[in-house]
Design a binder for this molecule. Structure first.
Ligand code: ADP
Ligand code: MG
Length: 593
């Protein structure tokens, strides 16, 4: 029987520049998982000892390797996946260079036990660094187990560069996690020093897999991303704010199911979230990009985590649109109308204000517990009947129920009583978001409505500033500001965005222009446009310190209820804070902590 594996021609070997394939335990695990996936496995077990430095074992139930192939190739550069030059351009499989196993054998002891699904008996290959390889028979169910031990033990210079077992172990877990998220159809298990760290059953729904791996607080706030155009698609999941992380560890990208790292894509996704998250916070997203194989540059070392995509700008634009669209969709939650997310990092604890009356047992918890919690008020599809408790009671379905406006605090906050406590709305931050979304919508759908000034405003600027404003005249006009030279260092402003109409004073416009100049932009970009929209929103919004009538508060809340992303202002600060009854009762000693 002729097996699948061929040794590569010298031509092929030189065509594929041989490089360093094995970086550390994580890259061994990555290569082995990819081989298992290529072999049609539906179950992959990974076990590491001492962070993978002592041993790494990957077992699968794939189609195995035929005895002939084992004899023929041993662990020389060989592959079953690539025979012709053209194949290089179409990476349908994960591996295709036939160098992963050979590279491992060069720096570690490798044992392969495998049985092809066409054979009765399996084969064992034992390869110790610097010794002859031994092939023998072995029995096992069909599939392959590769065990890599004593990594770099004969290459002290490389061993020295390994991180601590803990860090190496985390890198391994990250590799397994990334693959597990990409392939919910496959069962994955990870054992660290005998302890199960991850156990995903096969044939899971993609959402369930992501939810299981990213945790319950994230699960409730996952939105599905799915957008296709021009022969490309972006699919996956993203988390809705305020769920976020303090670093990029949860930005996962895949190209045709293959995990990649790409700074263009990270930057793109972060820009979508820039108005939703505070500075220093990063989104959670797992996105798979499908596009024609010919657009993936195979000349980049494929065992590294990067690939080069031809026409990356188009892909980036699609990814941004896809995430933006996904976040704009308001999905009504199934049970609780209130999804609470403590304004702290990685809320692993149960929600503080969940409707089930849990008792908080430890005194420590109370002290650690923040006084307030950012609240994510979800659109509520339940039509709560309008109950006229008091004259100023209003029902805002999208804010989750019935509210009574208590009044204003320090002319900064609107206070609301609702069914389970106190809600505090930052009037400026909330209105800023309303205005921002309104302007963005107008900008996308046509020209921004403008107000012609009966008396144009003349600004006297420094020479360089006047020049810069005039250089930006064209994009500014699209944003509602018409500026023209008035001779010398003077600039004439003849229109403002309509939302700013009521604030048309020289002082206000000077402040706006100063902020635009502070952006330090010479050439307008999408980023610039967005920043100017933020500035416009800020100046048109209700001010901090402005007294409001009940009617005005009511209007603000109604506008808010109809605005996407309403829980953060465009700078990412929260707009709503909630103090639940339970928290109040605890503070007043009405219930035992
Ligand atoms: P590549 O994956 O680039 O072909 P590798 O060195 O990773 O090169 O693997 C060499 C060959 O060994 C593969 O082409 C495949 O035929 C076979 N192989 C490796 N691992 C497995 C496995 N888990 N199941 C079946 N075949 C495997
Ligand atoms: Mg491989």
């Amino acid at each position: 029987m002729m097996g699948r594996i061929r040794t590569l021609s010298q031509d092929m070997i030189s065509l594929i520049s041989a490089g360093e394939v094995i970086d550390g335990p994580w890259s061994v695990v990555k290569e082995l998982i990819e081989n298992s996936l290529d072999a049609g496995a539906t179950h992959i077990d990974v076990e590491i000892k001492n962070g993978g430095i002592d041993s790494i074992t990957v077992s699968d139930n794939g189609w195995g390797i035929a005895k002939d192939d084992m004899e023929f190739c041993g662990l020389r550069h060989s592959t079953s996946k690539l025979a012709r030059r053209e194949d290089l351009d179409a990476i349908a499989t994960y591996g295709f260079r036939g160098e992963a196993l050979a590279s491992m054998a060069a720096v570690a002891d490798v044992q392969i036990v495998t049985r092809s699904h066409e054979e009765e008996l399996g084969t064992r290959l034992v390869s110790r660094v610097g010794e002859r390889r031994v092939l023998s028979e072995a029995s096992r169910p069909h599939g392959t187990t590769v065990e890599v031990t004593h990594l770099f033990s004969r290459v002290p210079a490389r061993k020295k560069h390994l991180a601590s077992p803990k860090t190496e172990g985390q890198r391994v877990a990250d590799v397994v996690l990334r693959h597990a998220i990409a392939r919910p159809d496959i069962g994955f298990r990870l054992l660290k020093d005998g302890q199960a760290e991850m156990d995903c059953p096969p044939k899971q729904q993609a959402r369930d897999r992501v939810a299981a791996l990213w945790g319950g607080d994230v699960a409730k706030n996952l939105v599905e991303v799915n957008l296709a155009r021009a022969g490309m698609s972006v699919r996956g999941f993203a988390a809705r704010p305020p769920v976020s992380r303090g670093n990029r560890s949860h930005e996962y990208f895949y190209v045709r199911g293959r995990p990649v790292e790409d700074s263009h894509l990270s930057g793109a996704i972060e820009s979508v979230y820039s108005s939703l998250l505070m500075r220093g916070r990063y989104p959670l997203a797992a996105l798979d990009i499908s596009l024609d194989a010919s657009r993936i540059d195979a000349n980049v070392h494929p065992t590294k985590r990067e690939v080069r995509i031809l026409g990356i700008d188009e892909v980036v634009a699609l990814a941004k649109d896809a995430v933006r669209a996904a976040l704009a969709v308001e999905t009504p939650p199934k049970e609780p109308a209130f999804v609470l997310s403590p304004g702290r990092d990685e809320s692993l604890e149960p929600p503080l204000f969940s409707s089930s009356r849990q008792r908080i047992s430890s005194r420590e918890r109370v002290r650690e517990t923040p006084l307030t919690t950012n609240v994510l008020l979800e659109a509520d599809t339940l039509e709560v009947p309008y109950a006229e408790k008091k004259e100023d009671t209003m029902q805002i379905p999208a804010l989750g129920g019935l509210f009574r406006i208590i009044g204003q605090l320090r002319n900064l906050y609107v206070l609301l009583e609702f069914e389970d406590g106190l809600v505090i709305v930052d009037q400026h931050a909330a209105h800023e978001r309303v205005m921002y979304e309104l302007l963005r919508r107008d900008l996308n759908s046509g020209p921004i409505p403008v107000q012609e000034l009966l008396e144009p405003i003349v600004l006297r600027l420094e020479h360089r500033d006047a020049e810069r404003v005039l250089e930006l005249a064209e994009p500014l006009e699209r944003l509602g500001y018409t500026v023209a030279s008035f001779g010398g260092n003077e600039v004439l402003v003849s229109t403002l965005p309509d939302v700013l109409g009521h604030r048309a004073s020289e002082m206000e416009v000077t402040a706006i222009v100063d902020e635009i100049l502070d952006l330090g932009v010479e050439h307008p970009s999408e980023h610039f446009m967005d920043d100017v929209v933020k500035i416009t929103a800020c100046h048109s919004a209700i001010r901090a310190g402005q007294p409001l009538s009940i009617e005005e508060m009511r209007n603000l809340l109604t506008a808010m209820a109809n605005t996407p992303n309403r829980y953060n202002c465009p700078h990412g600060r929260p707009t709503i804070v909630r103090i639940g009854s339970q928290e109040l009762e605890k503070r007043f000693g009405r219930i035992q902590p």
